[in-house]
Design a protein. Structure first.
Length: 262
């Protein structure tokens, strides 16, 4: 594994924790950090021993307070802005497409690019001190790392329009009520809960986890009939694995399954 300037990476028992580490600027996403994120995601995907991922932010205040506005200020043309948005989108997509479960542990502000990054995880766990929002409108621009698209899919068009058009921040509790966040926990319990959840996921059958992600991601983009067809096909594919024999044998033998990922 490489060493990184803006990321802290810890690995134990099949779980990798990536901490975005620019706390002086509330972990704002600059180009260097994004490229490092791309590298670590490539490594995570390739590394068989990694069975679950946690992404969080350094410090007590922020997960990520958005793209780095000092860098955005220097963009000179529409083409350059578009290219930078596309590059960030591609990196975020790579996170969403990881075949392993990704928990976003939101320890504070998740704004702009931070909210967009959070939405690329499989589940969002938030501290009760966290807040979410798409404040790009206050800068005279729109979300560029997927905010208009993933937010509308996550909470519906009207709530997404409200948040993007007003730029208002919402609390973790409100985000939970909207269905953006899956669980809110007291701030001092966030990392313990993220590790507990990651530990649980790291012991599930990897192929089945992968196909659940794929079926849900691909399924929501098509009509129900085709989504169901897709589900049946992925269901069939899980029957190629040793893990499904292990899961079913363990049930019959009244013991815990030991999934190996084959
Ligand atoms: N970029 C750069 N620096 C930042 C950012 C940011 N997004 N957010 C905070 N900082 C810096 C501040 O400038 C400050 O630095 P300094 O100490 O040197 O003055 C430091 O972090 C601490 O911030 P504050 O003093 O402002 O802390 P407060 O507690 O008073 O406020 C807030 C916290 C409310 C989070 C406030 O910092 C804020 O509003 N930040 C900006 C939030 C924002 O607008 N985010 C959206 C950015 S745009 C975006 O994400 C677009 C994504 C798509 C881009 C696609 C093309 C590239």
């Amino acid at each position: 594994m490489e060493t990184y300037k803006h990321l802290l990476v810890e690995q134990s028992d099949g779980v990798v924790m990536v901490t975005l580490n620019r706390p002086k600027v509330l972990n704002a996403l600059n180009v260097e950090l994004l490229e490092e994120l791309d590298q670590i995601v490539t490594w995570i995907q390739q590394e068989e021993s990694v069975r679950a991922v946690i992404i969080t932010g350094a410090g007590e205040k922020a997960f990520v307070a958005g793209a780095d506005i000092t860098e955005l200020r220097q963009i000179e043309t529409s083409i350059e802005a578009e290219q930078k948005a596309l590059r960030g989108q591609a990196i975020f997509q790579k996170i969403e497409d990881l075949t392993k479960p990704v928990i976003m542990a939101i320890n504070g502000f998740a704004l702009g690019g931070g909210c967009e990054l959070a939405m690329c995880g499989d589940m969002i766990l938030a501290s009760d001190q966290a807040s979410f929002g798409q404040p790009e409108i206050n800068l005279g621009v729109i979300p560029g790392y997927g905010g208009t698209q993933r937010l509308a899919r996550a909470i519906g068009r009207n709530h997404a329009k409200y948040l993007c058009m007003t730029g208002e921040r919402i609390s973790a509790q409100e985000a939970y009520q909207l269905g953006l966040v899956q669980k809110v926990v007291p701030a001092d319990q966030l990392m313990d809960e993220a590790k507990r959840l990651a530990g649980q996921l790291s012991k599930q059958a990897p192929l089945a986890l992968h196909f659940i992600k794929k079926a849900i991601h691909n399924g929501v983009e098509v009509d129900l009939k085709n989504g169901l067809r897709m589900e049946a096909s992925y269901f069939g594919l899980t029957f190629h694995s040793q893990d499904r024999m292990e899961g079913m044998d363990a049930f019959i033998e009244k013991r815990r399954p030991h999934f190996k990922g084959n």
